[in-house]
Each structure stands twice: as C-alpha cells, then as structure tokens.
Design a protein around this ligand. Structure first.
Ligand code: HEM
Length: 409
C-alpha cells in the first residue's frame, strides 16, 4: 500500500481529526495534482480528489459500493436504499421519488408548504440595524420542519437532536469516535421506539406523507418490513436536514460577502437556479461520500484491494479545473444556460453524489433553497456580514456554524 508523507495529506488528516482548522481547498488542489488517489493511514481510507475518479467510483457499481457496516459508515441507519442495488434499489428509490421528486408534488402541495414555511420563518427575521443569525432563524428550521412533516415527526421534541446525532455518527465520523457512534446508536434507538406504534397507526390511517408511503407500499406483493421502514426513516432524518441547512448557509454566506452578485440576482431573478447550483458546487455541504472497493481494482493507476475504504472528496471534485473553469470563483451565472442537470446524475456537479445513488432529495433541496433565496432577494437590497462571522468548519459536513447578517430592506 503506497502512502505519502506529503504535507497536504498530513494537514488534511489533522483537520479531519479536529485538531486543526484549515481551508481544505488548497490542499485538495495539491492532492489532485500530485497524488489524486492517496492512502491515509490515519483515516484508514483512500482519499480521491479528481472529478474523473470520483465520478467513476459513483458510476461503477460493480467495483465500488456504499459501506454498509462498521462505525463511521452509513451502517448506523441499518439497511437503507443507499445499500440496495439493481432492481430492488430502483423500485424502492421510486417510492421516495414519488413523494419528493414528483413534479406534481413539488409544484403543488409540497411546494406550497415550503413557500409558506419560508414566509413564516423569513418574516420573523429582524431587519437591520439588528443582527440576526440567519442559520438559527431560517436555514436550520426550514429543512428540519419539511422532513419532520414528511415523516410526521414534527411534534417530537428530541427530533432535532436525533437528526444531528445520526448525521454526525454516519460517514462523517471519519475518526470512528466511539462517543459520537454511541450518540448515533441512542438516536436510532429513540427513533425505533417512536416508530413502532407510529407504523401501526399509519398503516391503519395513512395520510399524504412519506412515512405513509413507506408503510403502505407493496414490493413483490408484500409490505415493507418494519425494520426497513425504520432504517430508511433514520436515513432521511440525517440525509435531508443538515445537508440543505449547510448548503443554504454556504450560498447566503457567499452572497453576503459579494454584494455585486446579490445585486445581479435581484436584477435577474432567472439566475436563482444557477446561483443555487453554484453555491452547492463552490462549497459542497457534504464534502465526502464513502465507498468500499468490492473487488481488486485499479483507480488512477493505483491498485485498491477489495474491502478497502475510499473517501470520495466531492468538494475537491467540484473544483477540478479539468471540468470547471476558474473553479475557485463563486459565479452565480455559471449554470445560467441550464441549471437543471446539476440536480440529476447528468450534470458534472458532484454535491449530490452520482450514478445510481445520486441524491433522491436534490429537487426538494433545490425547492427549499430557491424559495429561501427568492424570499430574501425580494425583501432585502443588501445582506451584510455582521460581527465576527465564524469560519467554515467540518471535514465531511462543512459550513459556518452560524450566519450573523444584517438584512437591509
Ligand atoms: C443540499 C442538500 C443535500 C445534499 C448536498 C445531499 C447529498 C447527498 C449525497 C452526496 C448523496 C449520495 C450518497 C452516496 O452515494 O454515498 C445523497 C443521497 C441521498 N440523499 Fe441527499 N442530499 C441533500 C438533500 C437531501 C434531502 C432533502 C433528502 C430527503 C430525504 C435526501 C435524501 C437522500 C437519499 C434518500 C439518498 C440516497 C439515494 C439512493 O441511494 O438512491 N437528500 N445525498
């Protein structure tokens, strides 16, 4: 197994361990140039930084698959659609898609609900000269409420804690921290206990929501087992909330720092979908996806043995100059021609993964992000960074921990 003592790798390792805080992007650039597939002893994983290699790992499902067991893997949820392949994956992913990728839903009830929530949360944000943490007031509660309602868990007090602890204990737990893992397991236990009677209730009286879909759908003539409903529910709570929250923080933070682009968006609202896609590309909220080699395989000239772990660095792939011109620049018009493909496996932006497991929630995230951005653009001439804005933090899930802004009508 080849290792390198190069500085960018050592810097990324201590950053991933939480002992230092650095800007990962220059390190990714160095790795992409010098050692695009490199083994980290500390992370016990191959780090993959080039767009072409990352994309190949997503697409070549016979050679690379999601890691379904062990601490620091998506095994914390149990078996979910992320761990399924072929026909089973296609048909069960379609159950989710019918609710959250369906144009009728997105344009109809779901879209209306998202816009009402944005209006309610947005109207409560105080205008300048007050300073407001837009993360606490808007970007965190919006996706939290949307997923809670889809899973009918909006009245559960500990719901936000469960979601956070689960997301932290999944692939983000790159250091396999036993305490982080234990908190994730406790969250799963809480969800299991809440769901047991809820599944019964929902089967008897289904409603118009995703939990009802999971409880009533039939696959090969049988309803989904309770264990499968529970694991997929746990996965959605982690997959659909902090991701969208952090994506909005990154986008709005970039716009607050660049008033010219805010003005441009106000003048050209048709650029909103492009701005949302570009925010996701420029600062991917999910910086890494985890894969396991299923067979002995060569990646970028490096032999990988079956069973070894790979961390596909989406944040690095999204800034690969082979694919994106001037990749470090945030440009709201980058996808002006057609932003749509970026929210599907077709577009080059890798923030939603790629291949058959491309994010099922990308259109819901797009809907929420566009609604929030449109609301703020309509109300405020300027959004201005206020006070000491905390720096971006986190290796696998990355954004500023808070977004203090002054909103000028
Ligand atoms: C900006 C927000 C989001 C980002 C950046 C994001 C990112 C991702 C990524 C990178 C993957 C691929 C994981 C892998 O292959 O290892 C994924 C898969 C997935 N995401 Fe998202 N996600 C977001 C929002 C959502 C939302 C709102 C939901 C709604 C529940 C969701 C549900 C899922 C599901 C179900 C999968 C698995 C799809 C499959 O295996 O077929 N995501 N997401």
């Amino acid at each position: 197994m080849t290792t390198t003592g190069s500085r960018p790798l050592a810097e990324l390792e201590s950053f991933a361990a939480g002992t230092t805080d650095i800007d990962p992007y220059p390190r990714y650039a160095r790795l992409r140039e010098t050692s695009p597939v490199v083994y980290s002893d500390a992370l016990q994983a191959w780090l993959v930084t080039r767009w072409a290699d990352v994309t190949r790992c997503f697409k070549e499902s016979a050679s690379f698959g999601p890691m379904a067991s062990g601490s620091g893997s998506s095994g914390i949820y149990g078996r979910t659609i992320l761990h399924m392949t072929g026909d089973e994956h296609r048909r069960k992913a379609a159950i989710v898609a019918r609710r959250i990728r369906n144009r009728r839903e997105l344009r109809g009830a779901l879209g209306d609900r998202v816009r009402v929530l944005v209006e309610e949360l947005g109207s409560d944000l105080p205008a300048a000269p007050e300073t407001v943490d837009v993360r606490a007031g808007l970007t965190a509660p919006l996706p939290l409420t949307v997923i809670a309602e889809l899973m009918t868990m909006h009245e559960v007090d500990v719901f936000p804690r469960w979601c956070h602890d689960l997301a932290a204990a999944s692939v983000s737990n790159v250091n396999r921290d036993p305490q982080v893992h234990a908190r994730g397991v406790r969250a799963r236990d809480g969800i299991d206990a809440w769901l047991a009677p809820a599944i019964e209730r929902t089967r008897a009286e289904p409603g118009e929501n995703l939990l009802s879909d999971l409880c009533t759908v039939e696959y090969e003539g049988q309803r989904l087992a309770d264990a499968e409903i529970t694991s997929n529910t746990a996965f959605f709570l982690a997959a659909g909330i902090e991701t969208t929250d952090r994506a909005l923080v990154n986008l709005l933070g970039g716009l607050a720092d660049d008033p010219g682009q805010w003005e441009r968006l106000r003048a050209e609202p048709a650029l909103v979908p492009s701005a949302v896609a570009e925010g996701l590309r420029w600062k991917a909220p999910v910086q890494g996806s985890v894969r396991q080699a299923l067979v002995d395989v060569d990646l970028g000239g490096v032999p990988i043995a079956a069973g070894e772990k790979l961390i596909l660095l989406l944040g690095a792939a999204n800034r690969d100059p082979e694919v994106f011109g001037d990749p470090d620049t945030f440009d709201v018009a980058r996808f002006a021609d057609d932003a749509g493909p970026q929210f599907t496996p077709v577009g080059p932006m890798r923030s939603f993964g790629g291949g058959e497991h491309t994010c099922s929630g990308s259109l819901l995230a797009k809907l929420e992000m566009e609604a929030a951005l449109t609301h703020l653009l309509g109300r405020y001439r300027r959004i201005v960074p206020a006070g000491d804005r905390p720096a971006d933090a986190g290796f696998m899930l990355r954004s500023a921990p808070a977004l203090p802004l002054q909103l000028h009508p």
